[in-house]
Design a protein around this ligand. Sequence first.
Ligand SMILES: C[S@@+](CC[C@H](N)C(=O)[O-])C[C@H]1O[C@@H](n2cnc3c(N)ncnc32)[C@H](O)[C@@H]1O
Length: 461
Amino acid sequence: MTKHALSNQGGRALAHGDPELARLLVRALEASREEPDSLTHGFHSYPARMHPAIARRVLQSFPGGLVADPFCGSGTVLVEARVAGRPSLGVDLNPVAVWLAEVKTDIRSPAARQRFRQLVRSIGAASEERVRARVDARAPLPPAERKWWGPHVLKELAGLREEIWSVGHPTDRRLLAMVFSAILVKVSNQRSDTAEREAPRRIRKGLSTEIFVRKGLELADRWDALAEAAGSGSPRPRIVEGDALRFPRFLSRGQRAELILSSPPYGGTYDYVDHHARRYAWLGLDPSTMRRAEVGARRHLRGPEAFGKWDRQVLQMLRAMRSGLAPGGQVVLLVGDGQLGDRRVDAAQQLRRLAPQAGLRAVAGASQLRPDFTGRHKRREHLVLLVGDGDARPPRFRRGPRPVGSEGRGAKPGQGRRPASTADDAGRGKRGPKRGRKLGSKGRGPGARRRRGPGGPKKRR
Ligand SMILES: C[S@@+](CC[C@H](N)C(=O)[O-])C[C@H]1O[C@@H](n2cnc3c(N)ncnc32)[C@H](O)[C@@H]1O
């Protein structure tokens, strides 16, 4: 099953709760018809990426200070926060996500971008030379991993990796390592990131290097676009490898998030650690904490205990968010219905039910149907707005333009405020053709684990 399956189609949009706020959320969900791969967003595949337009609209609707994404994945929210000129904090337990989010939120100076292009070309030339001269190189993989690449591809990748790991500057090395990561599944015998089935590909000698060079140059062009959109003075996000259930630890002393915008894993839907299995050994990353503590993982949510366990994880997540939230702040979550064995869990209902136990209150939501390519009944994806239970004032928000053709969708002005738990106003949404669900400072909050960077004996530059 892929998250794309759940998120790549439009459907009926339902608005819940406070009419004005729900309209903003409907508008954000509908924005996912826009281009999903602009700026640095499309650089590297990542399962269940949030659609950048959803993040953009939510940031526009709820202006303010620090934005936090405790499940930042590939960094979609952080890229958009940078474009919006807002400081941000991203946390993820997956070391691949942290490296990727760093790469995607980097801007670099024009001169550094130019040097990076030269570096990519020089590594490409050295790798081509290795292929021509049939230089031997050993892939740092356990035996079970080697089957995923043809013998000459494995050798070429190992040579490319040696060239990258010989680069002296740690930031450059990290950036190049993620370019390498971006091509690994493309030249493998694995069907796709989320489909771990064998699908042999014919990859001629030299092609892996060509794709690497193309990807590296593409990244530099994407940074150009991000620099233009964000401006070089935009605040660089802080990105930490850590557990979202301990999210407040990663805030600086006295700091609180004014907006928590995040897309936590959908219950029982993914195994992120398996989706990145092809990458850990090549990149020298340790996935053991992720294997143990991944939230919502399909492999952990089986059997009769699954429902209670998933509830406990969601409650812990909400409590962590609540204690990291500034007074008057908002939590906006993009969630999908869970699939625990045969049992479907309505994710919006689950949030509404558990929020009060975490000191939060769901005030509005928007939901859309998504097809489920496992052949099961359709599921829904929801954008839910929560605020602190004790917050007397209604959340601060900025009204956006009414979306074209949205008449009748969501609740109408003047209907008054109603609690989300009792009101499920339905309006019809129109079908959309495409939907979608991404090097900042290497800041590490207390409790964040150290990351091993690629290192090598030989030094380039
Ligand atoms: C739906 S994805 C987020 C995608 C992200 N919004 C993006 O656009 O790329 C959920 C993320 O939760 C992360 N995750 C799972 N368990 C976690 C935990 N306990 N703490 C922090 N992150 C976790 C996964 O690694 C994955 O990146």
